[in-house]
Design a protein around this ligand. Structure first.
Ligand SMILES: [Zn+2]
Length: 219
């Protein structure tokens, strides 16, 4: 057997409190494109399209892009998601911290999941916070010209009433981007006896710094 694989098997076998960090690579077998590989999202669109600046300049195009390329309501979890859910039930995996917005960890049965970059399941008005299921956004897009403008709130100020998918963009801050959010995550990492990183090249900060907080000697 491959000696790296042996090493991983042993480490995971012994661990009792694993924190798993995941990225797009764990979902590609479920038919969801990753970002940086040869067949990834960035081959068809520049990274800039996933920025808050782009969203404000082109809210309709951004929403359309998100619904066409990031929203996969029919995707099903693969073996990778399933085994992590099983390990959580067995008490081996304590928490998953994911950059993925696809919800597949939860679909596989994992309960302790931090969606660090948000979720594509919903979108929210930036002014009143009204939540729109993405399913509803898809039908709005098909039937309304200004589908990305909230019709619940009274904000007449331009750009405030845009509806944005609940995903964290470049230049954006999500629900975990706070002192409390970071402390919660760092605590989980510090308490873990093993950190497993799956399907991510750890290129995007601040997610990429999390492994540095593991306690001394934790593999
Ligand atoms: Zn609103």
């Amino acid at each position: 057997m491959d000696s790296n694989l042996d090493t991983c098997t042993n480490l995971i076998g012994k661990a009792k409190n694993i924190v798993v960090l995941t990225g797009a690579g764990i979902s590609t077998e479920s038919g969801i494109k990753d970002f940086r590989s040869k067949t990834g999202i960035y081959q068809m669109a520049p990274e800039y399209i996933l920025s808050l600046d782009y969203f404000y300049q082109h809210p309709a195009e951004f929403n359309q892009f998100a619904m066409e390329h990031l929203y996969h309501p029919d995707a099903i979890p693969n073996k990778g998601h399933e085994i992590l859910a099983k390990w959580e039930k067995q008490g081996k995996v304590r928490h998953i911290i994911t950059q993925n917005i696809d919800g597949l960890h939860q679909k596989a049965g994992s309960k302790n999941v931090i969606e660090f970059h948000g979720t594509i399941k919903t979108a929210s008005c930036l002014h009143c916070g009204k939540i729109y299921p993405t399913e509803e956004m898809v039908s709005r897009m098909q039937t309304m010209e200004d589908f990305y403008i909230c019709n619940y709130c009274k904000s007449k100020r331009e750009k405030e009433h845009y509806i944005k998918p609940d995903v964290v963009l470049y230049g954006d801050a999500g629900e975990w981007f706070s002192v409390d959010g970071f402390n919660t995550i760092i605590q989980l990492i510090e308490q873990a006896d093993c950190i497993v990183v799956l399907g991510t090249s750890l290129k995007v900060t601040p997610f990429s710094v999390f492994p540095q907080y593991r306690r001394r000697g934790a593999p």
